[in-house]
Design a protein around this ligand. Structure first.
Ligand code: MN
Length: 693
């Protein structure tokens, strides 16, 4: 096994000031912690963290990242505690190791394409520090290299699929071409061994038939550039089986037609030389149209930069060429994240980064610093900081804005789920609807057919969808209540005209309504004049004039029916209703000054009860919204009885996880008495709202 001294020698090649003591301590700590543990291959487990450390050294990582590589499995797989690790290595390294441990716990279930993309974003979001992600990629790469030692075929395939769906694209996204290629090829081999085999065979046969192709082509180019005095390095690079397979798949090309398996790379010193080299090639060989790409002017999303072209060579063979500078070359292979040792101005001026802004930030610091430790202090990822990633019970990932509650989540699943949600089981524990969600939460929404959206929800939710659904529902409820009131008013009009009530006799089209429901709705809102309607119905009325009254108990106060705030009618007061524009019916005492002569045609005679004779004491009805917790009801009843009032009736109208909506009838002496009780209730912290009905 590679010793700690050998690791240090490797690091010194790019970082002469490496903290040797730290690295040696981590090496010994990990070796002792893993002890006699074995990998499936029978090799000591410790060979794995060392392997990961070597990959990180190849990526030219700082010492904290390499140490994290050595320690990445000790929290998960050994008895070492967070406290012990902190004591030995400090908080920075512990938070990195914890970050990797957290990533290991996330299980990916293969789903549709967009789920894989969401999952990759989720990993980026919970990584927080780019080094966590880099250690995870190195960990995965080392596991892939030793995957053939895993006995279970199912397990191998699962790991390969996850690597192909998640980790290869992540490596690509942060520009680590080499890691991406290797992960892809191993996954490809595990998942599609036959296809892999036939591509390898084809590659071998092409090579046998073109023994000197690479050497000859390189010699041709060297000649050409020497004559034009341009200093270049040229390499031939064989394409990877997975990328060939993808090309066959995407462009529908049969294997026999795959010929250009070598891409040539021309490495020059400056950007100017890139274009010079391109000019020389394009004037010396026929160009294949449509294949020229300028990724220097417009870099790829992961900031890959090169010129690409394809020409027909002197042996009538297609030659694929990539032209780039040394820096571009290094970045393309090992990635930006590891590129802190370069200080070239070109790199910082990256375009098209948008959500990968952190790479740019990392680099701009890198430009001003030669010290890797200093650079890595700025490695905190700020991607997706405005989003939280939550899972449904069957593993679907839903991206929500930060501050999201369980109600928002319920509406994100479906409007009907939102409209009937009563609570949520978050990571297995039943929580209130207003609970804010966090990254990685698994959320199961609990629903009840008796639930309906409450106006209070609008103050809790953060998503537009939830808000508009709640508003829409409440508006539809309002409409239903106006329609009910309109129907009662229509009956009242018929009765007072001495005509038997019949819906067929309502000529709603005469009132510009397209349905009876609309007619009722507009009548209750005073959009249709109740006076005119009265006149209309009276025409067919009998001579006997009725004097009906509308029973208050059949009206639901709150939306379409209101008690007036000017005269505060009490039970058994003589009352009268007034129809008001958009508001519906307002109940006043018959002696109220606010009723004027204009209202005469809009007055509705009211009565309290169907029973003529009732208890003589006043009963006031209150609607109280309580915080739903143990003892709330006891506090409510003791507050009322402390004021010398009795509860005549109490009904829990509705109870959600957060609130209980209670209708309570109390015996009071007078308005003053009632107001005192209301005031006292309002000052209590368990009371959300008190309203006189
Ligand atoms: Mn590991």
């Amino acid at each position: 096994m590679v010793t700690s001294s050998q690791l240090i020698e490797l690091i010194k090649e790019y970082d002469p000031d490496v903290n040797e003591d730290l690295l040696r301590r981590a090496y010994i700590f990990s070796m002792e912690a893993h002890g006699t543990q074995k990998r499936e291959s029978g090799a000591p487990y410790f060979s794995h963290p060392v392997g990961v450390a070597i990959i990180l050294i190849e990526m030219k990582m700082d010492v904290a990242t390499i140490v994290t590589g050595l320690l990445h499995d000790v929290l998960e797989d050994t008895d070492v505690s967070v406290e012990q690790l902190t004591e030995c290595f400090g908080t920075e390294i512990v938070s990195l190791v914890e970050g990797v441990t957290k990533l290991n716990k996330v299980k990916y279930v293969s789903k549709k394409e967009h789920q894989a993309e969401n999952f990759r974003k989720f990993l980026l979001a919970i990584s927080q520090d780019i080094r966590v992600l880099l250690v995870k990629l190195a960990d995965r790469l080392h596991n892939m290299r030793t995957l053939n030692h895993v006995a279970s075929i199912e397990k191998r395939k699962r790991i390969a699929l996850e690597s192909l769906d998640i980790y290869a694209p992540l490596a690509d996204r942060i520009g680590m071409q080499n890691i991406k290629d290797e992960i892809e090829d191993i996954s490809f081999f595990m998942l599609y061994p036959q296809e892999y085999g036939s591509i390898i065979a084809r590659l071998e046969s092409i090579k046998r038939n073109n023994v000197n192709f690479v050497e000859n082509t390189i010699a041709d180019f060297k000649d050409l550039f020497e004559k034009r005095m341009l200093n270049v390095k040229i390499y031939g690079r064989e394409k990877k089986p997975y990328s060939i397979w993808q090309k066959m798949y995407k462009r529908n090309i049969p294997l026999e037609q795959i010929n250009d398996i070598i891409a040539f790379r021309i490495i020059v010193n400056t950007v100017e030389d890139c274009y010079k080299a391109l000019g020389i090639i394009h004037t010396s060989f026929p160009i294949i149209p449509g294949r020229f790409k300028d990724y220097i002017s417009i870099p790829k999303f992961n900031n890959y930069r090169s010129l690409h072209t394809t020409v027909v060579g002197s042996r009538q063979q297609r030659i694929e060429i990539q032209i780039r500078t040394n820096e571009m070359h290094e970045i393309a292979d090992v990635g930006y994240a590891s590129h802190w040792s370069y200080k070239s101005g070109e790199i910082g001026e990256a375009k098209g980064m948008r959500e990968y802004q952190w790479i740019k930030n990392l680099l701009s610091v890198a430009e001003n610093s030669s010290n890797p430790e200093e650079v890595m202090e700025h490695s905190k990822m700020e991607m997706f900081e405005n989003e939280v990633f939550c899972f449904t019970p069957n593993g679907d990932l839903i991206i929500m804005p930060r501050g999201t509650t369980a109600i928002d989540f319920a509406y994100a699943i479906h409007t009907s789920v939102g409209n009937t949600c009563i609570g949520a089981r978050i990571n297995g524990t039943v929580m209130a609807l207003k609970t804010k969600l966090h990254n990685g939460d698994q959320v199961e929404v609990l629903t009840s057919p008796f639930q309906r959206p409450e106006a209070e929800w609008n103050e809790i939710v953060v998503t537009g969808k939830a808000r508009s659904c709640i508003k829409k529902f409440i508006r539809s409820q309002e409409r239903a209540e106006f329609i009910t009131l309109g129907m009662l008013l229509a009956r009242y009009v018929f009765e007072s005209s001495g005509v038997e009530f019949s819906e067929e006799n309502i000529q709603y089209t005469n009132y510009e309504c397209d349905s009876l429901e609309n007619f009722y709705y507009n009548l209750a809102r005073d959009e249709i004049s109740i006076e005119k309607f009265h006149e209309e119905i009276s025409k067919s009325g009998s001579v006997t004039y009725n004097n009906p009254t509308l029973c208050i108990l059949s009206l639901i106060p709150g939306v379409a029916v209101h008690y007036s705030q000017c005269c505060h009618p009490m039970q058994d007061d003589k009352v009268i209703g007034v129809i008001t524009k958009s508001k519906g019916l307002t109940i006043h005492t018959t002696t109220c000054d606010t009723i004027g002569s204009d209202d005469i045609g809009k007055l509705i005679a009211l009565r309290w009860n169907d029973d003529a004779d009732q208890d003589k004491s006043f009963i006031a009805r209150l609607r109280v919204v309580l915080i739903n917790k143990t003892g709330s009801l006891a506090i409510l009843s003791s507050t009322i009885s402390n004021h010398g009032a009795d509860i005549a009736n109490l009904k829990i109208e509705h109870r959600s996880i957060d609130f209980a909506d209670i209708i309570v009838d109390i015996h009071v002496n007078d308005i003053k008495h009632l107001n005192e009780i209301q005031a006292s209730l309002r000052t209590n912290s368990i009371v959300k709202n008190v309203r006189r009905l």
